[in-house]
Design a binder for this molecule. Structure first.
Ligand SMILES: NC(=O)c1ccc[n+]([C@@H]2O[C@H](COP(=O)([O-])OP(=O)(O)OC[C@H]3O[C@@H](n4cnc5c(N)ncnc54)[C@H](OP(=O)(O)O)[C@@H]3O)[C@@H](O)[C@H]2O)c1
Length: 194
């Protein structure tokens, strides 16, 4: 009898979870018609991701240096940001003692703080709308420290920490950090939007 009651409780709990899951899960993002903002979209991975989103029917705003006014215009024109892809980044290699301290500051400003600024600008609206995606482009050097990358690696570790903490704070918004390969770009985009 007690066993039966316990089983009924478990079933009721699972049913309850199922019923409230639409309220606590992020809404799926459909790329067709979505407004996607890509920082560092003028070349490389950012450009490639932007083209992929465009092909799948999204409206794209690209941000690179000197493009800030375009971003503001696009915001008005295309409405709120559905997905922000933080891709702007730069790198410098060299042994720790050979690099100027200013190098560490510059990389942290571009790679890490650049993503903080952009994400901070869009998150309030995403939370209001209970939907959105924020993507952070880290690196293998953000998973493990690499020889010659003392200035770059920490910026990518920082991004990962940011993405994970942000995900915990905002269950309704997905933050994604992962590796990107050109040949698997379609699969990557699918993982991000779903
Ligand atoms: N390539 C790789 O093997 C690799 C591997 C792992 C991770 N990543 C990461 O992936 C991202 C893209 O890399 P990528 O190889 O595609 O690089 P990329 O071709 O050099 O593109 C970098 C992008 O970032 C923008 N950018 C650079 N410095 C900037 C600054 N100070 N302010 C604003 N925008 C700036 C550039 O735009 P403008 O020059 O027009 O401003 C450009 O659009 C980076 O975050 C990188 O760390 C790359």
């Amino acid at each position: 009898m007690l066993l039966l009651l316990a089983a009924a409780c478990v079933v009721a709990f699972v049913l309850l979870l199922y019923m409230v899951s639409p309220l606590i899960s992020p809404k799926p993002l459909k790329l067709p018609g979505a407004h996607v903002v890509v920082t560092g979209g003028s070349s490389g991975i950012g450009k490639c991701v932007a083209i992929e989103c465009y092909k799948q029917g999204a409206f794209i705003t690209l941000i690179a240096r000197n493009e800030v006014t375009f971003y503001m215009y696009a915001q008005e024109k295309l409405g709120p940001v559905d997905m922000l892809i933080n891709c702007a980044g730069t790198s410098t290699t060299g042994k720790f003692e050979d690099l100027e301290v200013s190098c560490f500051e510059r990389l942290m400003a571009v790679n890490y703080l650049g993503s903080v600024y952009a994400s901070h600008a869009v998150i309030a609206t995403m939370k209001e709308r209970r939907m959105g995606r924020i993507v952070f482009v880290s690196s293998q050097a953000g998973q493990v420290g690499l020889f010659g990358y003392t200035a770059y690696s920490p910026t990518k570790f920082a991004l990962r920490g940011l993405a994970e903490a942000l995900q915990m704070e905002n269950q309704l918004i997905l933050s994604y950090v992962g590796s990107f390969s050109y040949s698997r770009r379609k699969k990557t985009m699918k993982t991000i939007v779903n």
